[in-house]
Ligand binder design. Structure first.
Ligand SMILES: Nc1ncnc2c1ncn2[C@@H]1O[C@H](COP(=O)(O)OP(=O)(O)OP(=O)(O)O)[C@@H](O)[C@H]1O
Length: 231
């Protein structure tokens, strides 16, 4: 489904990604791990066309993403839940959801299905984005991405700053998406929850992939945590 090979990217003259490569198959959940500043968000930005790669290959279902604008990449089926949620503060919950709706890949996700999935959003449908709690904003950000009917859902720090109960609700939601066969690329700080949910993990260190493996392999290999993931 998604193939990333030897990806290089940076900001201005500063290279940040030197050699990033991984694959995501249909229905798979893959995480990008690594300490702060190692290039996880930049990898996601490169996938979405928000940072222009300086080298390597990005292909989605055999089609190159090179040089495509973000809206075209979204149309191909990559749906982003960005870091910091970025919901529209002056639109209602319903308007936020409708703003991104796209039925190009079938009607799997409709307004009603998003409300069934996150009943809190149904309760708050008339509230403005700015009136929501952090957890509700996060559900809205996920709902908004689902409304694009993405084939690959990408979440960047979706549980950051949330209370444990709300965080669990988000993890349960992602678990339900997995059961439905939704492919997901995940960046988050909660390693245990990710190990339970994901199939495979890719560890970044200063813009290079230094380890990749299954959840079982990650759980069994303490040295990966000690060497690449502890602050
Ligand atoms: N807009 C930007 N302009 C210049 N440098 C940037 C920019 N965004 C990120 N960087 C730098 O790129 C490097 C990788 O950052 P990135 O956000 O991809 O890391 P990350 O692994 O997602 O970390 P975090 O968990 O802190 O978000 C860091 O050194 C960071 O300072």
């Amino acid at each position: 489904m998604l193939t990333v090979e030897n990806l290089q990217a940076g900001y201005g003259e500063t290279p940040v990604l030197f050699d990033v490569g991984f694959r995501i198959g249909p229905g798979e959940i893959v995480t990008l791990l690594g300490r702060n500043g190692m290039g996880k968000t930049t990898t996601i930005r490169a996938l979405m066309g928000l940072v222009r790669p300086t080298g390597g290959n990005l292909t989605f279902d055999g089609q190159s993403l090179a040089g495509l604008p973000s809206y075209r990449i979204a149309q191909l089926g990559l749906g982003l839940v960005p870091e910091g949620r970025q919901v529209f503060a002056t639109l209602t919950v319903r308007e936020n959801l409708v703003a991104t709706a796209a039925a190009r890949f079938g009607d799997r996700w409709t307004l009603e299905r998003v409300y069934d999935f996150f009943p809190r959003l149904a309760e708050r449908r008339g509230h403005l984005g700015s009136q929501l709690s952090g957890g509700e904003q996060q559900m809205l950000a996920i709902g908004r991405a689902l409304m694009t009917n993405p084939r690959l859902l990408i979440l960047d720090e979706a549980t950051e700053g949330l209370a444990p109960l709300i965080r669990s609700e988000i993890w349960r939601g992602l678990g339900r998406l997995k059961q439905e066969g939704q492919a997901i690329l995940l960046v988050d700080k909660h390693l245990d929850a990710m190990t339970r949910l994901a199939d495979r993990h890719v560890v970044l260190e200063k813009g290079h992939v230094v380890w990749c493996g299954s959840s079982t392999e990650l759980a069994a290999d303490q040295s990966v945590r000690q060497r690449w993931l502890q602050v």
